[in-house]
Design a protein around this ligand. Structure first.
Ligand code: B12
Ligand code: SF4
Length: 519
């Protein structure tokens, strides 16, 4: 046996609910293949706070290295966990990775991590841990950040990316726990994306990926073998494909036919959910995928105004968006659209266009339609804001903000944000069951979908009224206007709350999210 390694997902305060971590699964199977002894502690899934996690380690393990997966948004929990580890277990090296540490390595080193791994890790994790425990230099290992004489050293990020078919299947130590929480089983069939959306950090995450490596896929047999293994060993029937973009060339109509055929041939009666781009989907593809269990997807619509899509660097046009939605509607796929309504250059005309189209496509599921573009680190959008001195730090330290330039659109942003905040927790609660998604009966999905439509209908009514209000009334009346709207709709939200409580009880679900910290 080589080294004893503990892999941790910390407890997290989020409006989202706990799901299994495929990152830890892949790291565990890679390290195990190399002969190391590995334990996974998913503090979020097991509902263990930092103190309990360290208790568990102290009582049951004797690790040489502790690895933590995290986001920027749970840095407070991570800091607490690290100080608990340091004070009770001594000086065990602590390694961090995931999107948070990749784009905020300084912050995580500051929180007490000894090493941060930037980007994908399977290719270096075993050699990095071996060097770390034997006190050898880390400078020849690509994609690391660490402190040397108080200065942050970053080794070259251009490591070779893994060939997905060569990876061992991710370990599934915490899977039954996740399934008990009515989560579908996560599966990763591809990594990366060929798009260039200005707000997205996926491509800078796979730093320096060569053109043909920007989207890497697994072969059909490899994917379906893993599905079959999970089907037989764990009774898995519901899957969530966590790919950044499930349909990229060469996944075409023939691919979707072959994929469906392989699943049907093996008699695997599954349901699965995906994340797709609107400019990749055709009707034959949708029909093929539906035939083998495709039942839900999220789709990166972002906006319905071409001027706005152009600013975002989206490959898709409004026409692509509408066509994809028509296909999804025809195939009765439960569709959650990602929307970005505001960015620094939003205009009233764009808002009107969006409102008009959403009124026609009022069957889609949204997490709220008034979202602004998230200024994530490593994106072209954020880099430009930094360069032009327009990026501000938000008071809650969760999202950075900027000003919407057009004064009327800025008023709309402020009104609609206040409006959304007034009932955001209920919104997240309703949507989590179909967006996560949780495993429910057909009746459950239908009932929640109907609640989502009610939420959207009220949003659209307020959207229209706000646009009219801004056109005809001065800014000083905005506050009174939005407060009046909020109080006039309270009764509707009470009814929706009662209904979602009833559905959750019937479906055996539990929502333990907190108020969205990004608002
Ligand atoms: C499933 C998922 C979730 C699940 C979490 C499941 C879990 N426990 O991991 C849920 C729904 C809860 C979730 C929540 C959020 N998510 Co999320 N999520 C995903 C998703 C779709 C799949 C993650 C996955 O399994 N990937 C496959 C694995 C194998 O890849 P990986 O996680 O990147 O892990 C590799 C490396 O990162 C690295 N690594 C990861 N951890 C560690 C740890 C160590 C020690 C080391 C060495 C290496 C390492 O090695 C792994 C193997 O190569 C990704 C998109 C994607 N396709 O990755 C978004 C994604 C990661 N999420 C994202 C975001 C923004 C969030 C939220 C902040 C959303 C929100 N507004 O609340 C929250 C944060 C919650 C929190 N913890 O604070 C963004 C991150 C963007 C960014 N720049 O930060 C992504 C990229 C989606 C996107 N395109 O915008 N998410
Ligand atoms: S299509 Fe989606 S995953 Fe691809 S670059 Fe755009 S936002 Fe990112």
């Amino acid at each position: 046996m080589k080294t004893e390694v503990i892999l941790i997902n910390p407890h997290t305060k989020s409006h989202r609910t706990a799901e299994e971590s495929l990152a830890l699964g892949y790291l565990a199977s890679t390290l195990r293949k190399d002969g190391n002894s590995v334990a996974i502690i998913d503090g979020w899934l097991r509902n263990l706070q930092s103190f309990d996690i360290v208790d568990l380690i102290a009582n049951q393990y004797n690790p040489s290295v502790i690895c933590i997966t995290c986001y920027r948004s749970n840095i407070d929990e991570v800091s607490l966990l690290i100080s608990e580890i340091k004070s009770r277990l001594g000086d065990i090296p602590i390694v961090g990775g995931g999107y948070g540490p990749t784009f905020h390595d300084e912050d995580f080193l500051e929180s007490g991590m000894d090493v941060v791994v930037r980007g994908e890790a399977e290719c270096i994790i075993a050699s990095m841990i071996e060097s770390l425990v034997h006190g050898r230099t880390l400078s020849a290992i690509p994609g690391l950040s660490f402190k040397k004489d108080d200065v942050t050293v970053r080794t070259d990020a251009s490591k070779s990316l893994v060939v997905l078919d060569d990876l061992p299947y991710p370990s599934r130590d915490e899977l039954l726990l996740s399934m008990a929480r009515k989560n579908p089983v996560h599966l990763c069939t591809s990594r990366g994306c060929n798009g260039y959306c200005s707000f997205c950090s996926v491509n800078s995450f796979y730093a320096n990926a060569k053109k043909r490596e920007r989207w890497r896929q697994r072969y059909i047999k490899n994917i379906v073998d893993e599905i079959e293994y999970l089907y037989q060993k764990f009774g898995a029937r519901s899957f969530k494909f966590v790919d950044d973009s499930f349909l990229e060339p060469p996944r075409d109509e023939k691919w979707s036919y072959d994929f469906a055929n392989e699943i049907l041939k093996r008699n695997l009666r599954i349901k699965f959910r995906t994340q797709i781009r609107s400019d990749r989907l055709t009707l034959p593809m949708a029909k093929n995928l539906k035939s083998c269990g495709w039942f839900a997807t999220s789709i990166g619509i972002e906006n319905f105004a071409n001027s706005s899509l152009k600013r975002m660097g989206k490959g898709a046009s409004c026409q692509n968006n509408l066509q994809a939605l028509d296909i999804l509607n025809e195939c009765e796929i439960l569709t959650q659209v990602g929307l970005i309504m505001f960015d620094p250059h939003t205009t009233m005309e764009e808002l009107r266009e969006n409102c008009e189209i959403l009124c026609r496509y009022n069957w889609v599921i949204t997490k709220g339609i008034f979202t602004e573009m998230f200024a994530a680190d490593g994106t072209a959008f954020t880099n430009k804001l930094i360069k032009t001195g327009k990026l501000q730090t938000a008071p809650n330290n969760q999202n950075r903000c900027y000003e919407v330039k057009n004064s009327l659109a800025r008023r709309a942003y402020s009104i609609l944000k206040k409006w959304h905040k007034s009932h955001a927790q209920l919104y997240d609660w309703v949507v989590d069951s179909v967006a996560a998604p949780k495993v429910m009966s057909a009746f459950g999905y239908k009932s929640v979908h109907s609640l989502c439509s009610q939420l959207l209908a009220v949003d659209l009514e307020i959207f229209r009224k706000s646009v009219d209000h801004i056109r005809s009334m001065p800014e000083k009346t905005d506050r009174e206007f939005v407060e009046l709207q909020i109080s006039s709709k309270r009764h509707i939200y009470s009814l929706i709350k009662a209904e979602i409580e009833r559905i959750y009880a019937k479906e055996g679900l539990c929502y333990d999210g907190i108020l969205n910290p990004f608002l």
